[in-house]
Design a protein around this ligand. Structure first.
Ligand SMILES: [Mn+2]
Length: 218
């Protein structure tokens, strides 16, 4: 057994409501084995795609059954949704909802059949998400870590929105958020997001075995 105490340590890119792709990736491509694997979801479960509700229920179910083997990170879309669902005051709410809806939030509300039902599930779900996952050799975050910083010295906005690719720490950093046509490595930064909603391709990467897993819409 290696230092991470799992056989595979797999980062999974931005899902954005693409439930069929998620199911295909986890159950037919990766074939998740809770005895051997740890899956780190890099966030952005919601928005744009049609089935955010199913995606949230699926990853929540995995986490419930295999709490030690499933890591659920927060993405900037979960942050937008939480701000829109928890806002107080007319003006703040209007701005927060506008910001969320401009980023695909309406598809999420539709999938939950209304704002109230979305709030019931999403507020506790989003509040349970982690900002980063760090091991001896790896750091997983949604977007990035700026130059000179670590996961504990970056702000949540930096971790959720950074596109600078300026991380210069010792550990390997695994990110989603900035879609590429294929999984890309830049120095010690590995970007796993292949823009599932736009491209129909959802990707994951096992850092211990340097192996990619991908599923493509038929
Ligand atoms: Mn993102």
């Amino acid at each position: 057994m290696n230092r991470e105490a799992v056989r595979r340590l797999i980062g999974i890119g931005d899902i954005h409501g693409c439930y069929e792709l998620l199911l295909d990736l986890v159950e037919r491509n990766i074939v998740f084995d809770p005895e051997e694997d740890r899956l780190v979801f890099l966030g952005d479960y919601l928005d744009r795609g049609a089935n955010s509700k199913e995606v949230v229920e699926y990853v929540s179910g995995l986490k419930k059954h295999y709490p030690g083997q499933i890591i659920l990170l927060k993405g900037n879309h979960e942050d937008l949704a939480l701000k829109a669902l928890q806002c107080t005051g007319d003006k703040d709410c209007k701005n927060a909802k506008l910001h969320w809806f401009l980023n695909g939030g309406q598809a999420t509300v539709k999938s939950f059949r209304g704002l109230d039902k979305a709030s019931q599930t999403l507020i506790p779900f989003i509040c349970s998400l982690e900002l980063y996952h760090e091991t001896e050799e790896y750091i997983f975050v949604h977007a990035g870590i700026p130059y000179g910083k670590g996961p504990d010295t970056s702000s949540s906005d930096e971790i959720l929105w950074d596109r600078s690719n300026s991380y210069n720490g010792r550990k390997t950093l695994i990110v989603g958020h900035s879609p590429k046509s294929e999984i890309e490595r830049l120095r010690n930064i590995i970007c796993v997001d292949t823009g599932a909603f736009m491209t129909g391709k959802l990707s994951a990467y096992d850092v211990l075995n340097e192996k990619a897993y991908q599923t493509t819409a038929p």
